[in-house]
Design a protein around this ligand. Structure first.
Ligand SMILES: *Cc1c(COP(=O)(O)O)cnc(C)c1O
Length: 398
């Protein structure tokens, strides 16, 4: 029977119409209380947060102009580096892990390197302490990309505080959403102050903010299983029919990154929704943990989980198959099924044609392998147990 609903690929916090009343005001305050920090800076996107952090890094280290990022990450990270006139270097991931490979990272470091960007992928916690040890005393800034992992902790503390700066994304589908948005935290308040000063100097862009308000209203109305069939599922199926997987998961971004301040109304909407976030993350965690064993019992299937001291979030279950062929066979059946199975990013950075002028040609076999063998299973509250079981049966039959 044809489904009438579409499960979103990640567990976004379901918006409520009443959020639009924006009765609360203080998004930064709500999030800093949840994250256990004194201050947080709200930005217009995660990418904007990264750019502001890199600008401050440059103010402090004007002779450095290179940023090292993992070879498997969001294309927007590469675009942000380019938009600032900085140069990108990539480091491979560690074999069969989501952490950056320390030898590969070390090989990219020299006195021109401004920043390294360890990245918490898919809700999992990456080992920032290892990167800190590697760059200790070198003057290289460590920026934690926690775009996908708002709410994750290490040893009971929010991620984002082990490096110099950490940022989270509030984009559509990334947990808490203001349609586009970001939030930054830092151990040393001078980082947030410097970033805020840069942000306050940005032009107002009232027309652009109005557009974002309309988009947030649209998101609030459409982010539910029935309308998502049309708003998310149809374009996805159309793109895949035209053999455009990059378009299908929305991995193709403009080279211009909008930089402005998030308006007060959208911050209020976000603050209303943020109120429900801790409970939501707890429920998603219980659901994910209850499903992992079923997946693990399937031969050739690996699920990425937390290590000692880590407590990640669960937007998806990130699954690695034993072969690229098998991953592709599974997605052939599942990707267009409406069940929320998808991919995190289509390629490792060197394989995006769109980024060929930005990303250096470099060997990164582990990142390529991860891109080829992983898929994501949505951990949305709308994915029922019988839907999950249907996904498991496709994995088993492959
Ligand atoms: C989404 C994402 C970003 C960019 O965040 P936006 O809020 O979409 O600008 C950066 N890094 C990673 C790993 C991401 O997934």
């Amino acid at each position: 029977m044809r489904r009438l609903t579409e499960i979103p690929p990640t567990a976004g916090l379901p918006p409520r119409l009443s959020d639009l009343l924006a009765s609360r005001r203080d998004l930064a305050g709500a999030l800093s209380a949840q994250l256990g920090v004194d201050n947080a800076l709200v930005t217009c996107s995660g990418t904007a947060a990264l750019m502001l952090a890199l600008r401050v890094a440059q103010q402090r280290q004007p002779r450095r102009d290179i940023v090292v990022v993992p070879a498997f990450t969001c294309p927007l990270v590469a675009i942000a580096v380019r938009a600032l006139g900085l140069r990108l270097r990539i480091a491979d991931l560690a074999h069969d892990r989501l952490d950056i490979d320390l030898d590969s990272l070390r090989a990219q470091l020299d006195e021109r390197v401004l920043a390294a960007v360890p990245t918490h992928l898919g809700g999992r916690v990456t080992d920032v302490a290892a990167v800190n040890r590697l760059v200790a005393g070198s003057g290289i800034v460590v920026i934690e990309d926690a775009a996908q992992s708002l709410g994750a902790t290490i040893e009971g503390r929010s991620i984002g505080l082990a490096g110099d700066v950490g940022f989270f994304s509030l984009a559509a589908g990334k947990g808490l959403s203001t349609y586009e948005g970001g939030v930054t935290i830092a151990r040393d308040p001078s980082w947030l102050e410097a970033m805020e000063a840069l942000q306050n100097a940005l032009p107002k862009q009232a027309a652009f903010e109005r557009r974002r308000c309309v988009e947030l209203i649209g998101y609030t109305l459409l982010y539910r299983p029935l309308p998502l069939r049309w708003a998310y599922g149809s374009p996805l199926r159309r793109a895949l029919k035209h053999s455009d997987p990059v378009g299908a998961i929305g991995d193709r971004f403009p080279m211009e990154v909008p930089l402005h301040r998030m308006g007060a109304w959208r911050q209020g909407v976000g603050a209303n929704a943020a109120h429900r976030l801790p409970q939501f993350l707890d429920a998603r965690r219980r659901c994910a943990l209850s499903r992992i064993d079923r997946l693990r019992a399937i031969p050739g299937v690996h699920v990425f989980t937390d290590r000692n001291g880590e407590r990640g979030t669960w937007p998806t279950l990130l699954v690695r198959m034993d072969s690229a062929h098998r991953r592709d066979a599974v997605l052939d059946r599942l990707w267009t099924s409406g069940l929320g199975a998808s991919r995190m990013f289509i390629h490792a950075l060197p394989d995006y044609i769109e980024l060929r002028d930005i990303v250096p040609r470099q060997q990164c076999p582990n990142a390529l392998d991860l891109a080829a063998r992983t898929l994501t299973i949505s951990n949305s509250p709308w994915l029922r147990d019988e839907d999950f079981e249907a996904i498991c049966q496709v994995l088993e039959a492959s």
